[in-house]
Design a protein around this ligand. Structure first.
Ligand code: DUC
Ligand code: ZN
Ligand code: ZN
Ligand code: ZN
Length: 472
């Protein structure tokens, strides 16, 4: 027989189409789609199931070196295993430059962390914290040629942030080299000022994390990021947009012909600032930046997902254990809110949450779901059409969903190495029952079949979406 695997009778959805037909895989790629296609060495009957392109989670943090005393809970093995069990087949974590460190050395270190560990394919974004002459003139152009064609820059966090002049330098480099820049937009000085006032007043509990980063600080920085992008004339992606005021800035930019892309995450649909707690410490589990907002902002995010405001939907998985002296309780203590490591886990629950509350409720279409979670991230970062769609010649990265399966999320059923999920006890409808990575089953009806090391590094091309807009 000619095909390695034939999947029959499924419903295949891409960002554009929905087709009921058979699909054949050979040598890890999709080679045929049609009615009654020939036999395979193996066959799967997918009647009643939906075949979607495997998710591309274009914003997650795995095994990133942390400041003294802290540690990320997931490495490339547990992180990609967790991704696979939630229908995600490509992850894009960050190789972060420390200030004073060579960016090239940071990437080499990160390759070593990934080597032999990943269950699904991965690509790297860079984090540029120290844009020296050498970094801008030599290291970045070389790394872009080697397939790291996107980088994140921060407007906040003392050890990461760039000033506006440095951001302009990095954006100009992105424009010259055809790379995609991602911006974390929060105003650092406003956060610092508010934080000091809160601590002086004795407000130290996790819930004050949200009060220290109100939407205004995100709105101002989003507007400034847009202005810097406009000045250089290069598109940017605003990451983890949390609510109405930042959305308004992006709508304004688009209405003025400025190319801006935007990302949001599950925490801005399914959590609110109230999840940071009352006076107890449990709220540390939901401390992330920007913080979750409120119900009316959740609605604005839903509207933006449906109407094209958002380009991609990512997890921002940033894994810290709760009961852990290297996690949410540094040195075993319930620390003041500014010292709680930022981030929540979400690689495995990203797709089921959006599928259940978006597709199954009718808030977004199935095609929109695929576009936001797989096709657009692959396009944005130069991985399309190898990743991000179901098409002849594409990698056979496929999630086979049971759209009716009811699952009550419990941390014990997840496959990350974090000791909690912010979504404990929430029931969703729809879950991937099988996940294929380049034609190999890595997740099958509750069993992890993926092996450490079968995932490969993906060099990214220069994305078309990074090109400056052609003006008429
Ligand atoms: N915020 C970030 O900017 N990065 C990681 C996690 C978080 O909450
Ligand atoms: Zn960020
Ligand atoms: Zn105007
Ligand atoms: Zn992040």
């Amino acid at each position: 027989s000619e095909f390695d695997l034939v999947i029959r009778n499924g419903r295949i959805a891409t960002a554009a189409d929905i087709t009921d037909c058979d699909l054949a895989i050979k040598d890890g790629r999709i080679v045929a789609m049609g009615e009654n296609i020939g036999p395979g060495k193996r066959e799967i009957d997918a009647r009643g199931l939906w075949l979607l392109p495997g998710g591309v989670d274009a914003h997650c943090h795995l095994d990133q070196p942390m400041p003294e005393g802290l540690r990320m809970a997931d490495d490339f093995y547990t992180g990609t295993r967790s991704a696979a069990c939630g229908g995600t087949t490509t992850v894009m974590p960050f190789a972060a430059q420390e200030k004073g460190q060579s960016l090239k050395a940071a990437v080499e270190d990160y390759h070593r962390r990934a080597e032999g560990k990943a269950v699904v394919d991965y690509a790297f974004h860079l984090i540029v914290t120290d844009p020296t002459e050498t970094v801008l003139k030599e290291e970045l152009p070389a790394l872009i040629r080697q397939g790291c064609t996107s980088f994140k820059i921060y407007m906040t966090y003392d050890d990461l942030k760039l000033n506006d002049g440095q951001i302009l330098d990095v954006l100009a480099l992105a424009r010259a080299e055809g790379a995609m820049a991602m911006i974390h937009a929060e105003n650092a000085d406003c956060i610092g000022w508010l934080t000091k006032r809160l601590l002086d007043a004795g407000h130290t509990a996790p819930k004050y994390h949200a009060a220290s980063r109100p939407m205004l600080v995100e709105r101002e920085a989003t507007h400034r990021a847009i202005a810097l992008s406009e000045l250089v004339d290069v598109p940017i992606l605003v990451v983890h947009v949390s609510g109405a005021e930042a959305v308004e800035q992006i709508r304004w930019a688009r209405s003025h012909g400025i190319s801006i892309y935007a990302e949001t995450c599950p925490q801005y649909l399914f959590l609110t600032a109230e999840d940071l707690g009352l006076d107890g410490y449990e709220g540390a589990k939901c401390v992330c930046s920007p913080p979750p907002r409120d119900q009316s902002n959740q609605q604005v995010i839903w509207d933006g997902l449906n109407d094209g405001l958002f380009t991609i939907f990512s997890s921002d998985h940033a894994p810290f254990r709760y009961e852990d002296p290297q996690g949410k309780k540094p040195n075993g203590e319930e620390v003041d809110f500014p010292y709680i490591p930022n981030g929540i886990p979400g690689l495995e629950t990203r797709l089921p949450l959006l599928f259940s509350e978006g597709v199954n409720t009718g808030r977004i279409s199935l095609n929109k779901f695929v576009e936001l979670t797989s096709t657009n991230p692959a396009k944005l970062y130069g991985l399309y059409p190898r990743k991000g769609t179901i098409a002849i010649g594409a990698d056979a990265d496929i999630a086979i969903w049971d759209p009716k399966r009811e699952v009550t999320i419990r941390n014990e059923m997840l496959h990350h190495d974090v000791d909690y999920t912010p979504y404990e006890g929430r029931t969703v409808t729809g879950w991937p029952v099988m996940t294929l990575s380049r034609g190999e089953l890595v997740w099958n009806d509750g069993a992890v079949l993926g092996r450490a090391g079968q995932g490969r590094f993906l060099p990214c091309g220069k994305p078309d979406m990074a090109k400056p807009r052609v003006r008429g």
